[in-house]
Design a protein around this ligand. Structure first.
Ligand code: HEC
Length: 113
C-alpha cells in the first residue's frame, strides 16, 4: 500500500514545489531601471556673423516688403543719396543689418545712379 502511494506523493511534492518556485520567482521582479534622461546636445549652429547676401538678393528680399522695386529702379541717386534713402527705409521698418546696409548701398549706388 505504502509502495504504491509513493510515486503520487513525490509527484505532488514536485508539483507543489514547482508552483511555489514559480510564484517565488515572480516576487523577484527587477524594477525597471529608469534610464538617465538622454542629454540633449545643444549644438551652437548660430555663427558669430551670418554671411551677408549680395546686393541684388537683399534688394529683392528686403526692399519689396512695402513697395515694388519700381521705386528703386526709377530712382537715380548718388551713393550718398542712396545711403540716406536706405537709412530712411530702415527707419520706416526695412530689415537690414549694418553689414547688409553697406552691401546694399554699394549695389544701389553702382546700379541706380
Ligand atoms: C517698411 C516699409 C518699407 C521698406 C521695407 C522699404 N521701403 Fe522704400 N519706401 C517706403 C515708403 C513708405 C516710401 C514712400 C515715402 C518715402 O519716400 O519716404 C518709400 C519710398 C522709397 C523710394 C522712393 C523715394 C526716394 O527717396 O527715392 C525708394 C527709392 C525706396 N523707397 C527704396 C527702398 C529700398 C532701397 C528699400 C530696401 C532697403 C526699401 N525702400 C524698403 C517704405 C519702405
Amino acid at each position: 500500500m505504502t509502495r504504491k502511494f509513493y510515486p503520487w506523493l513525490i509527484a505532488l511534492v514536485v508539483l507543489v514545489v514547482g508552483i511555489l518556485a514559480a510564484c517565488g520567482g515572480r516576487t523577484e521582479t527587477p524594477s525597471p531601471t529608469v534610464a538617465a534622461s538622454p542629454t540633449v546636445a545643444v549644438s551652437p549652429t548660430v555663427a558669430a556673423s551670418p554671411p551677408v547676401a549680395d546686393g541684388a538678393t537683399l534688394l529683392q528680399e528686403r526692399c519689396t516688403v512695402c513697395h515694388t522695386l519700381e521705386r528703386v529702379e526709377s530712382a537715380r541717386k548718388t551713393a550718398e543719396e542712396w545711403e540716406r534713402t536706405v537709412a530712411r527705409m530702415i527707419r520706416r521698418g526695412a530689415e537690414l543689418t549694418e553689414a547688409e546696409r553697406a552691401v546694399l548701398v554699394e549695389y544701389l549706388a553702382a546700379k541706380y545712379r
